[in-house]
Design a protein around this ligand. Structure first.
Ligand code: GDP
Ligand code: ZN
Length: 311
């Protein structure tokens, strides 16, 4: 039996890298399915697969090892089918820029909920700090950001893909891990991948006209890091869809709410207006950032809404 990691998917076949560093072109036959989940692509970048020779050029994937986690998004907005973006991720880096473009925090909170639900540790990364040195307004936003996510328990880094500032610290978090960057378009995901991996991936400088024809497909690819570990690049993917979360479970995906939940009077407390709730006082005394609590309430409303399938 030969084993390897899927490092690239092109739609019709998969690049498989063995521990020795050899690359094979893998195909699948028939169907692999995730129980209870309709997917458009059965094999994902990051999958560990077993294979056997098919002909001179190609190998046949015979088995996918159980995934420690995987990121999915709906194939289309209302579709019941899912697209697996990547599997077996050790760490997700969530990018923030206070401006150029401005990142909205509720968007990041949704990314974090997915990461928590998949049990993937997240690190917050403020990028483009070179732009804000003499900009008190945006520096204030950065300081507030650090406070909000620091209280939630996430590491927060300040870096610049452009100047290389603090990239060593970022690399320390990436070393020997399989990582992924998420965040708004334009916050610098490609630039950071290039900077840490010594690559030359496309960045947004390419003109709009060019980009249309060039990178309309969105296949993920895993790149090795020169200092150990891998980065999975998912072009065009800013975030991943929230999985099916029950209102009762949502608090488990906010570390700072999860921490206080055991002290709530009712064990099915959803921390909205229940008597004896241990979470609400922490919001009132500032231990839990109101921005995060508001995101919690918004998502809670979304998943408990009339039309929610998870009700
Ligand atoms: P992506 O959409 O998240 O992949 O963002 P890109 O990597 O394409 O970057 C978007 C734009 O921001 C490009 O013009 C980059 O050159 C620029 N950029 C990325 N990182 C930095 C940074 O640290 N400082 C500055 N000043 N610009 C940056
Ligand atoms: Zn409570």
């Amino acid at each position: 039996m030969t084993k390897g990691t899927v490092v690239k998917s092109t739609g019709s076949f998969y690049h498989i890298k063995t521990p020795e560093g050899k690359i094979f072109k893998g195909k699948i036959r028939g169907k692999f399915r995730i129980k209870g989940l309709k997917t458009t692509n059965p094999v994902a970048v990051g999958d560990i697969v077993h294979f056997k020779p098919l002909d001179n050029e190609t190998v046949l994937i015979t088995h996918i090892e159980p995934r420690k986690n995987y990121l999915i998004r709906r194939a289309t907005n209302l579709s019941k089918r899912y697209h697996i973006l990547a599997a077996n991720i050790d760490r997700v880096f969530v990018l923030y820029t206070p401006a150029y473009p401005e990142t909205l925090l509720p968007f990041l909170d949704r990314i974090l909920v997915s990461a928590e639900a998949f049990d993937i540790p997240a690190v917050m990364v403020i990028n483009k700090i070179d732009l804000f040195k003499d900009d008190p307004e945006n520096r204030r936003k950065i300081e507030r950001f650090k406070e909000i996510y620091g209280k939630a328990g996430y590491p927060v880094l300040e870096v610049s893909a452009k100047t290389g500032e603090n990239l060593d610290e970022l690399k320390r978090y990436m070393r020997d891990k399989t990582s992924m960057f998420t965040g708004n378009s334009g916050t610098g995901k490609s630039s950071l991948i290039n900077a840490v991996a010594g690559l030359d991936l496309r960045t947004k400088e390419i003109s709009g006209v060019h980009r249309q024809g060039q990178h309309t497909t969105t296949f993920a690819e895993m790149h090795p890091l020169p200092f150990g570990g891998n980065i999975i690049d998912t072009p065009g993917i800013r975030a991943f869809g929230t999985i099916e979360t029950k209102p009762q479970e949502l608090g488990d995906y906010f570390p700072e709410i999860r921490r206080w939940k055991p002290e709530c009077k009712f064990n099915n407390c959803i921390h909205v207006h229940e008597p004896g709730c241990a979470v609400i006082p922490q919001v009132d005394n500032g231990n839990i950032a109101p921005e995060r609590y508001n995101s919690y309430l918004d998502i809670l409303e979304e998943i408990s809404g009339e039309n929610s399938p998870y009700r």
